[in-house]
Design a protein around this ligand. Structure first.
Ligand code: FMN
Length: 172
């Protein structure tokens, strides 16, 4: 039985590309990957660790309970499951150069939803080395999960992923 499930949304862009990169960087015996829409929540209990990945596209959208945003329906359904025995790690795509005041805000959305459901977060990631002015995805010099910038720092993604995976192994 695989220990980790990686769930991501949206499809077709940098989140999907990066989710696949993350998946490829793990031992295949350890991890399954699904886009959020293709995953049956009934199977969640089979996994010890859950990795959730999103992007930030328009900061205000996260505050706006838009039923078309599949993350909202995911967390609404997740309320019926006990996630307190899982370890949950987050990753978020953003752009530090064009959106320095809202860099990876979407990580903050994921974090809040998971904490509201008594989830245990692992994989917080230092803000050192990034260049931005503000983020809802940060507390005390740590992002709530792995922050990735495929728009301006794609060359750093694989190295960040490798380091983060080692960190997750220690914290799982
Ligand atoms: C309309 C628009 C708004 C965006 N707003 C933000 C933002 O507020 N903060 C941020 O860090 N990145 C922002 N980005 C950058 C995206 O998060 C980034 O390009 C990401 O890699 C997109 O991944 P996706 O194509 O899988 O959604 C925005 C991009 C677009 C097109």
């Amino acid at each position: 039985m695989k220990e980790i499930v990686l769930l991501y949304w949206p499809k077709g862009g940098s989140v999907e590309k990066t989710a696949n990169k993350l998946f490829e960087s793990f031992d295949k015996n350890d991890i399954d990957i699904f886009d959020l829409d293709s995953f049956d929540l009934g199977n969640l209990k089979n996994y010890k660790t859950i990795i959730l990945g999103n992007s930030t596209v328009g900061a205000e959208r996260w505050q706006d309970a838009d039923n078309n945003n599949i993350w909202f329906s995911f967390f609404r359904e997740l309320k019926d499951y006990d996630i307190s025995n899982h370890k949950i790690a987050l990753f978020g795509l953003g752009n530090q150069v064009l959106y320095p005041a809202h860099f990876v805000d979407g990580l903050g959305f994921l974090y809040e939803e998971v904490i509201n459901l008594n989830g245990n977060i692992i994989g917080k990631w230092p803000t050192e080395g990034y260049s931005f002015t503000d983020s809802e995805g940060v507390e005390d010099d740590y992002f709530y999960g792995l922050a990735l910038d495929e728009d301006f720092e794609p060359e750093l993604t694989q190295e960040r992923i490798n380091k983060w995976i080692e960190q997750l192994k220690k914290e799982s």
